[in-house]
Design a protein around this ligand. Sequence first.
Ligand SMILES: *Cc1c(COP(=O)(O)O)cnc(C)c1O
Length: 374
Amino acid sequence: MDIKYLNLKKITESYREEILEAVTEVVDSGWFLQGEANRRFESHYADYCGMSYCVGCANGLDALTITLRSLIESGEMEKGDEVIVPANTYIATILAITENHLKAVLVEPRKDTFQIDDRKIEAAITERTRAIMLVNLYGKNAFTPKVGKICLEHKLRLIVDNAQGHGLSLNYPDKLFPLPVVCHSFYPGKNLGALGDGGAITTNDKSLACIFRTLANYGSSRKYHFDYCGRNSRLDELQAAILDVKLHHVNNENSYRHAIALRYIREIANPALTLPSETYWLNNVFHIFPILTKNRDSLQQYLTQKGIQTMIHYPIPPHLQKCYASSPLIVKPTKGLPVTEQIHNQELSLPCNSSMTYDEVSYIISVLNEWESL
Ligand SMILES: *Cc1c(COP(=O)(O)O)cnc(C)c1O
C-alpha cells in the first residue's frame, strides 16, 4: 500500500475538465485581476457562508492580518491591545495578531474538542482585550453559546479563523455586536482549495467590508486616491474562477471526509489510541482527523513502514517557536500551557479525504488496530 496523506493530484483530476473550462474563460477574457470571476466567486461564497459580504484576498494569513488592521484603522483597536486566541492554533493566526503590534493572549484548548476552552476565557480578559479570535481548528466549529455570551458582555469583536472549516455553519447569534468577521484560506490542501494561494473575509458588517476591500487594494477605493497605507493582497481571476468550480463540490468532499471519520470512530479499537470524543463529532467538517497517543513518533514510523503517510498538526506550538522566544506580544497564562503542549506531543493526523478508497480506509484501520505501543 502507498496511501498519501492528501492526494491532491487525484482530487484535482476529478474536476479537470470543469477547471480547464473556467481557466480558458479567464485566459480568453484578457482580464486577470478584480474582474467578473472575483465578483462571481465572492457572491457565491458569501451565500455559501450565509453572510452578506465577501472580500477576496491573496491568502488566509492576509485575511486575518487585514481584518485586524481594519479594526485598527476604524479606531476599534490600537497597538498594544489584546486579542484572545487558542494556544494550539497554526502560527498564521498568531502572526496576524503580532504583525499588527497587538498582543496574542493564549488560552488553553479542551482536550476533548481541541478548541479553545471557553471556561478559561474570562480569566484572560483585561481592560485592553478587544477581540476573541476563534479558530475552527481541524474543521471543528469552535463557537459555543458561552463564547457568544462573553463577547456580548465584554463588547468584544468575534473574529473567526475558518481556514480549516469550509462548510461549517457560520450562523452567529443575531444580537452579537460588534458583528463577527470570518477569515478563510484557500491554500490547496484546505477543504476548499485553489490551485495556488487565495483567501477571503466574510462578514455582515458593511463598513468593515469596505475597509477590507480598500486595504487589500493599496488602501485605495478610487483609482490613485489612497485613504490608507494599504497593501497588495488580491485574489487572481484565475484562482477565483477555479474556486467557483470547486465550491460546487465542497459539500460532497466534506461528506466523503465525514464518512471516513465515521468509520475511524466506529472501527478503530486500540486502547493505546485516544480517538476524538462524541462532543467532537458535532459541527465538524473533518479537515483533519486527529488521534492522540503517548508514543506518537513511533506510531508515525510504524505507519510509514506500512505505507501510510500521516501528519502532525502541529509538532511545535507557536509559543515555543524560535520567532516568539521572549516576544512581548505573546501572553501566556501563569500556569503555563500543559494541555497545548500535550496535544502537540501526542497528536497524529490520519488521512481523511475523497482521494481514498474504501479498502484503503479498511487497511488503515486494521494496521492501527494491530499496533502495539511499547
Ligand atoms: C492554513 C491556515 C492559515 C493560513 O492560510 P494561508 O492561506 O496558508 O495563508 C491560517 N490559519 C489556519 C488555522 C490555517 O490552517
